[in-house]
Design a protein around this ligand. Structure first.
Ligand SMILES: NC(=O)c1ccc[n+]([C@@H]2O[C@H](COP(=O)([O-])OP(=O)(O)OC[C@H]3O[C@@H](n4cnc5c(N)ncnc54)[C@H](O)[C@@H]3O)[C@@H](O)[C@H]2O)c1
Length: 461
């Protein structure tokens, strides 16, 4: 096949094509792990696919009905789809664009020396795709599947496409970001059984095109903003790395005590309510209370005594402290405001103040000279006993003079209201009593915050 020719091997219907209703013409840029698997699977599903790569070896391999990557089932599939005539490959990006209505971008985005993402290949390719769009009639959808840092699609790729094509994104062509969740080694299975198909887009026509391609998969099809989809992909990979590191650190410390690490982690994973679940996975405020900090300290201390390093587990209390400092610093940026705190205990519905992050916030604000009022319906000084009482006596000995008898008493004189407690009656009271000149810093992801008549900020959203 000449480099500018496409679909020249078309040799009529193949049994593989029978399953698909609407066959599309698709170009795939980058024939590495992601691109080669997508090319083979899309062609298997009946679409006509042009693969584009700058590596002549990969192109020659595919023309020779061989896969450029090693994956379970890919050699047979590549042979079948190339034989079907629905796959061609080329180094000519412009020709591939001309002959297709939809393009997947799967080029590499490796780490640069300083750890940033090297976007050279994808941005150079955007120039080429833009130039080809300039010469093309009709709407074209470009789906970015390479993992890119948040903002890349809208702030870098789209402007290049618009400038190089002289056309308008969302009008003459559509751009979306569809993160790829395949794992090397089981790519074809993962392609067919993704956790979900998710598209970040601001162009309905492009979403419809992608939806049509993946409609047959037995999974949810979700649409979000491009930036959320870009961040999601990075968050997923960070979460996977976190899970692996967690299991390995629990493994090392268990081993150092002669305890069966596999049995420990098997039982950790058997709890689907608190452990393997969405529990504790919402952005919010720091953890605290009488168990988490204490037990983390004990575990990392065991490791220290056994000469075991646990960098991740040891960093958790540090990160938690940074989160508390972040709340205090945000308030102090306003000068030395009068602060009203809604909530003091370590979580809603308890009066346990031990290692409550809100107590640490209060202590620091007092130390910085802020005037402070606190309202927590569960906390009454006269009822605090034992370790709970000792903790508060050690940290805020004059707590009694700061506690208010009602939420209004706390809100009215305050410049800033720090919301660390969630209850529907208290949410309603905030809406009624907070005034336009005040500032709400939310630690609990308040529902109905749009109804607040004042300046609002979330602690990490
Ligand atoms: N490998 C995975 O399991 C995986 C999974 C999900 C997402 N991703 C992401 O997908 C992207 C691709 O990953 P990969 O592992 O397939 O990369 P890869 O390095 O295996 O392949 C990238 C391909 O792009 C080609 N290329 C570079 N510039 C090009 C250009 N201008 N035109 C056409 N082709 C060009 C290269 O020659 C190479 O064949 C990366 O951003 C990666 O982070 C990878």
């Amino acid at each position: 096949m000449g480099s500018g020719t496409v679909f020249e091997d078309e040799n009529g219907a193949s049994p593989l094509a029978d399953t698909v209703v609407a066959s599309k013409r698709i170009s795939i840029f980058g024939l590495g792990y992601v691109g080669a698997v997508s090319l083979a699977c899309l062609a298997r599903d009946g679409h006509r696919v042009i693969g584009v790569d700058i590596d002549p070896v990969k192109l020659a391999l595919i023309r020779d009905r061989k896969s450029p990557i090693l994956e379970e089932g890919i050699q047979e599939l590549m042979r079948d789809v190339v034989n079907s005539g629905r796959v061609t490959v080329t180094a000519d990006a412009a020709a591939a664009m001309r002959e297709t209505e939809l393009s997947f971008v799967c080029v590499g985005t490796p780490s640069a020396a300083n750890g940033s993402q090297d976007l050279t290949a994808i941005l150079r390719l955007a120039e080429q795709i833009g130039a080809a769009l300039a010469l093309k009639d009709g709407f074209h959808t470009i789906v970015i599947r390479s993992t890119v840092q948040p903002g890349t699609v809208e702030d870098k790729i789209e402007p290049i496409l618009e400038r190089a094509s002289g056309k308008k994104a969302g009008v003459d062509f559509g751009v979306c970001f569809q993160p790829e969740f395949l794992r090397e080694g089981s790519s074809i299975r993962d392609y067919d059984h993704p956790p979900y198909t998710i598209v970040g887009a601001n162009c309905e026509a492009s979403v419809d095109q992608v939806r049509a391609l993946f409609r047959h998969l037995d999974t949810r099809f979700l649409v979000t903003s491009i930036r959320v989809a870009e961040t999601l992909k990075m968050a997923c990979n960070a979460f996977h790395a976190l899970k692996i590191t967690f299991a390995n650190e629990i493994g090392r410390v268990s081993q150092s005590m002669g305890i069966d690490a596999h049995e420990v982690m098997r039982l950790v994973c058997a709890d689907k309510r608190l452990n393997i679940s969405p529990a504790y996975l919402k952005p919010g405020f720091a953890f605290g209370g009488s168990c988490l900090p204490k037990d983390l300290r004990a575990l990392t201390n065991i490791a220290k005594q056994n000469d075991i390093e646990l960098p991740m587990l040891s960093s958790l209390l540090i990160s938690n402290r940074v989160h508390i400092d972040h709340a205090v610093d945000r308030i102090l940026k306003l000068g030395r405001p009068k602060v009203g705190m809604l909530g003091l205990s370590f979580k809603t519905g308890t009066d346990d103040l031990r290692e409550s992050p809100l107590v640490l916030v209060a202590k620091r604000l007092l130390g910085e000279g802020c005037e402070l009022r606190i309202f927590d319906p569960e906390v009454q000084l006269s009822r605090l006993l034992g370790a709970n009482r000792s903790y508060i006596d050690a940290n805020i000995p004059h707590l009694g003079s700061l506690l208010c008898g009602s939420i209004e008493e706390m809100i009215n004189p305050s410049d800033v209201i720090l919301v660390g407690l969630q209850q529907s009656a208290l949410n309603d009271a905030l809406q009624v009593h907070v005034q336009p000149g005040q500032f709400v810093l939310d630690l609990v992801n308040l529902p109905n915050r749009d109804l607040l008549r004042c300046r609002y900020e979330g602690i990490c959203w």
